[in-house]
Design a protein around this ligand. Structure first.
Ligand code: PEP
Ligand code: MN
Length: 363
C-alpha cells in the first residue's frame, strides 16, 4: 500500500457550505490595488472561499514578468484581514515556503512545472516537514499520473495532512481547442486510487481562453470534482500573465450562477431505474470483452496461418477494406466517426502486436 492510500486523512478542510467550492483570484499579483480590489469583489460571491494569486511566476523565458515577489504577500495579508477570505500562493522552492509562512499565508500550492521534477518536490517536502499547512498539488505538465501521485506522496510523507490535488490539464502535442488537454481519465483515476484526496479542477489553465470555461467547469462538477479554481482579474485584458483565460469577478459570478449542481444520488425510484440501466451496461461490457477475446483468438489463429505460409502481417488493402466496412456499419448504428476510428485503431494495434509475437515464436 502506498503512503497516500494508507495515511492520508481527509479533505474536510475544503468542505464548503456553498456548492461548489471556488478558489479564485488573479493569475499573478500585479499591484496592491489590483489584488485588494479583485479580492473584495470576489468575496461577495458566496462560493468563493479562497483567494489565489501567483507571487512568483514560473516563466518560459527570462525577462518575462516573474511576479512581484515577497511584497505581494503583504497584499495577501490585506486580503485576509479585509475580506475574511483564506489566501493561497504558489511555492516552487524552500525560500518561497519560508516567506509564505512568515507572512501567514493560509494555503500553499505546488505548480505544474514543479511537480514534473521529483528533486524539486523532495526539496519542498523537506521544507514542509513539521509544518501544519494545507497544500494543493497541481498535476504535472505531462500526462503521467505517477508523477502526480509521487508528488502527493512526498508531501504526505512530510507530514502534511490537509491536501488537495488540482487538475489543470496536460500538455498535448496535437491540435486541441484547449491550452492543456483535460484528459479527464487521469484525475478520475487519481480519485479512484485515492478517494480521500479532494480533486479541484482548474478550468482556467485547461481552457486558456474564457469562452471555454463554462463547459469545462460544468464537466468538472458532473465528474464529481470537489471544487473549482478559476482565475479572475479586475481587468483581464491588461493582465500581465494569462490574459485570455481570466475573467472579471462579475463574469466569474455569472459562470458560477449558470453551473448546474447535480446530485450524486436521487430518490428510490430513480435509483432503481439507474441500477437497472447499470446492470444492463455491465452485461453488455462483459459481452464486449468476451467478443473481443474471441476476436483475438481468431487473430492468433490467422497469425499462425500467415506465419506458416510466409505472408506479411499487415495487408494494407485488407485493413483499408475493414476500416471502410466497419465505419459504414458503425455510422449506420449511430456511432461517431472519431470514436469508431479510435476503436478500430486500438483493436488493430493489439491484433498486430499479438501477431508480431506469434511471428517471433519458432514454428
Ligand atoms: C497558476 O496557477 O497560475 C499556474 C502557474 O498554474 P500551473 O502551474 O497549473 O501552470
Ligand atoms: Mn495562470
Amino acid at each position: 500500500m502506498t503512503a497516500a492510500s494508507k495515511t492520508f486523512s481527509s479533505g474536510e478542510w475544503l468542505q464548503s457550505d456553498s456548492d461548489p467550492l471556488v478558489i479564485s483570484g488573479p493569475c499573478s499579483a500585479e499591484t496592491e490595488e489590483q489584488v485588494v480590489s479583485t479580492a473584495k469583489m470576489l468575496a461577495k460571491i458566496p462560493q468563493v472561499k479562497i483567494f489565489r494569486a501567483g507571487i512568483w511566476k514560473p516563466r518560459t523565458r527570462p525577462g518575462m514578468f516573474e511576479g512581484v515577489g515577497e511584497i505581494g504577500l503583504t497584499w495577501m495579508n490585506r486580503v485576509q484581514s479585509e475580506t475574511g477570505l483564506k489566501v493561497a500562493v504558489e511555492v516552487a522552492n524552500p525560500p518561497h515556503i519560508e516567506m509564505a509562512l512568515k507572512h501567514n499565508i493560509d494555503i500553499l500550492w505546488i505548480g505544474a512545472r514543479t511537480v514534473v521534477n521529483p528533486f524539486s518536490l523532495q526539496e519542498l517536502a523537506n521544507a514542509l516537514k513539521g509544518i501544519d499547512i494545507p497544500v494543493m498539488v497541481k498535476n504535472p505538465v505531462n500526462p503521467d499520473i505517477n508523477l502526480w501521485i509521487g508528488a502527493i506522496e512526498r508531501v504526505i510523507n512530510a507530514g502534511i495532512t490537509r491536501l488537495a490535488a488540482v487538475h489543470r490539464g496536460f500538455y498535448f502535442f496535437d491540435k486541441s481547442p484547449y491550452r492543456n488537454a483535460p484528459m479527464w481519465e487521469i484525475p478520475i483515476e487519481l480519485k479512484r486510487l485515492f478517494p480521500r484526496i479532494p480533486v479541484i479542477c482548474d478550468p482556467s489553465h485547461i481552457c486558456g481562453e474564457r469562452e471555454l470555461l463554462q463547459g469545462v467547469a460544468q464537466k468538472a462538477l458532473d465528474l464529481e470534482m470537489d471544487g473549482l479554481m478559476l482565475e479572475s482579474h479586475i481587468n483581464p485584458d491588461s493582465a500581465l500573465t494569462d490574459p485570455q483565460q481570466q475573467v472579471t469577478p462579475e463574469e466569474l459570478e455569472h459562470i458560477i450562477g449558470k453551473l448546474i449542481i447535480r446530485a450524486e444520488k436521487g430518490n428510490r425510484e430513480f435509483e432503481s431505474k439507474l441500477e437497472e440501466l447499470r446492470s444492463e451496461v455491465d452485461k453488455i461490457d462483459a459481452e464486449l470483452i468476451h467478443i473481443l477475446s474471441r476476436r483475438m483468438e481468431l487473430v492468433d489463429e490467422l497469425g499462425y496461418y500467415k506465419r506458416d505460409n510466409n505472408i506479411t502481417i499487415l495487408q494494407l488493402k485488407r485493413w483499408s477494406n475493414i476500416v471502410r466496412d466497419r465505419l459504414k456499419t458503425g455510422l449506420n448504428s449511430g456511432l461517431e466517426k472519431d470514436f469508431l476510428q479510435k476503436l478500430l485503431e486500438i483493436v488493430h494495434n493489439e491484433s498486430i502486436r499479438r501477431q508480431t509475437e506469434i511471428y517471433k515464436r519458432k514454428k
